[in-house]
Design a protein around this ligand. Structure first.
Ligand code: GLU
Length: 412
């Protein structure tokens, strides 16, 4: 399969919604271009004394509704097109969930598993040295994404704070609790996704104990599974970057986590058959949850998907060609810009606490998050009914209207 250009996919999605809205050309052309792109070479000393240079990116896409906001990912596949697409999607996502942020994204082309902890810290601090003048609590607020953790965010906030001469926790969200991180942020993306799934399952009249397969078992896939099981869904398949397992009888999450921790793989888990990441997508389940990387559901496998609902917990897991096939087949695709917006909504709650010097309990944070997620779902559903479109297009229509309004009001 030819490599699918993620930014082109994102622009196709924008076009579909813009046509339905008959969007003003002046607005459309601005939404087709990021405001600013930063590309930096990040040199660090390796532990063996050698110097290696990594490529780092930050794309500030649109800030009509507030400061740029979005994560930083560490992955060997990171490139400018990918980061541009992800930054555009953050602009849409933040407008769907209606928090006062624009959209941005960044990353470093690196496989963090190949670096020691000290090397990773040097890389993270050096990246901040190179971009600190371009970020800030009211300018651009990074956060974790694929392979980046609260610990990494902590180093970054520390570096930024040293450079500007004052402790500035609101510059980055997803921090450790000890330095201004928020209760509930760690599980927020999974929690928010399940809040949406519960509503969607009701609307789609899914039976009780509906089965689900989860691709990817990082922060998002793992927390999503936990909260979904608590809500009554039955986990029958999971995978990590290497491989997965399937058991129609259901998987015990605690045993699964212990097994993975002990063996670094799911393979061999008692009572479960091995499945590849590709085959996991085609299992006979009610709910499919891609929670790993982009372009997983494409023209080649969209016909074989048997789930009734796909909850996109990864960013960009479904290509536009696959969307057409799935929509024609009546599969509900709950789009990334809605399904995984709980992460950034909790980031907004963290940022708000930092700016006001407050500390909310987990109950308060998750309560507020539930309100944001439920409202976003209801508004996307209403737009889907009004325009008779799929859910992705509905979410885009909702978001683009909000962004366009802010652009007009600001006179951009
Ligand atoms: N990386 C997450 C996302 O893709 C969270 C971003 C944030 O909290 O700013 O939505």
């Amino acid at each position: 399969m030819a490599k699918i250009n993620l930014f082109q996919s994102a622009m196709q999605q924008l076009d579909v919604a813009a046509k339905i809205l008959n969007l003003d050309k002046q607005i459309l052309v601005q939404l087709q271009h990021p405001s600013r792109v930063l590309s930096v070479s990040v040199p660090i000393n390796l532990d063996n004394g050698e110097v290696r240079v990594f490529q780092g990116f930050r794309v500030q896409y649109n800030d009509a509704r507030g400061p740029f906001k979005g994560g930083l990912r560490y992955h060997s596949q990171v490139d400018m097109d990918e980061v541009k697409a992800l930054a555009f999607w953050m602009s849409i996502k933040n407008a769907v969930v209606d928090i006062p942020f624009g959209g941005g994204k960044g990353g470093i082309a690196v496989d963090p598993k190949k670096l020691s902890k000290r090397e990773l810290e040097r890389l993270s601090r050096k990246f901040i040295d190179l971009i600190y003048k371009d970020i800030g609590p009211k300018v651009d607020v990074p956060a974790p994404d694929v392979n980046t953790t609260p610990e990494i965010m902590g180093w970054m906030v520390d570096e930024y704070s040293k450079l500007v001469g004052k402790f500035t926790p609101a510059v980055i969200t997803g921090k450790p609790l000890s330095m201004g991180g928020s209760q509930g942020r760690e599980e927020a993306t999974g929690f928010g996704g399940v809040a949406v799934l519960k509503q969607a399952a009701k609307a789609a009249k899914l039976k009780k104990h509906a089965t689900m397969a989860v691709q990817g078992f990082g922060n998002v896939g793992s927390n999503f599974s936990e909260v979904a099981i608590q809500a009554g869904f039955k986990l029958v398949a999971v995978s990590d970057s290497k491989s997965g397992i399937y058991s129609p009888k259901g998987l015990d999450l605690k045993k699964l986590r212990d097994y993975k921790h002990q063996h670094q793989t799911f393979i061999g888990f008692p009572g479960a058959a091995e499945v590849t990441n590709e085959k996991l997508l085609e299992l006979p389940v009610d709910v499919l949850v891609p929670a790993a990387l982009e372009n997983q559901i494409h023209q080649g496998n969209a016909k074989k998907i048997r789930a009734k609902i796909i909850v996109e917990m990864a960013n960009g897991p479904t290509t536009p060609a696959a969307d057409l096939i799935l929509n024609a087949r009546g599969v509900w695709v709950i789009p990334d810009v809605l399904a995984n917006s709980g992460g950034v909504a909790a980031s907004y709650l963290e940022w708000s606490q930092n700016l006001k010097g407050l500390k909310w309990t987990k109950k308060v944070v998750l309560g507020k998050l539930t309100v944001y997620m439920t409202k976003a779902w209801q508004q996307v559903l209403a737009t889907h009914e009004k325009y008779q479109t799929d859910f992705r297009t509905a979410a885009f229509i909702l978001a683009i209207n909000r962004i366009a309004q802010a652009m007009r009001d600001r006179g951009l």
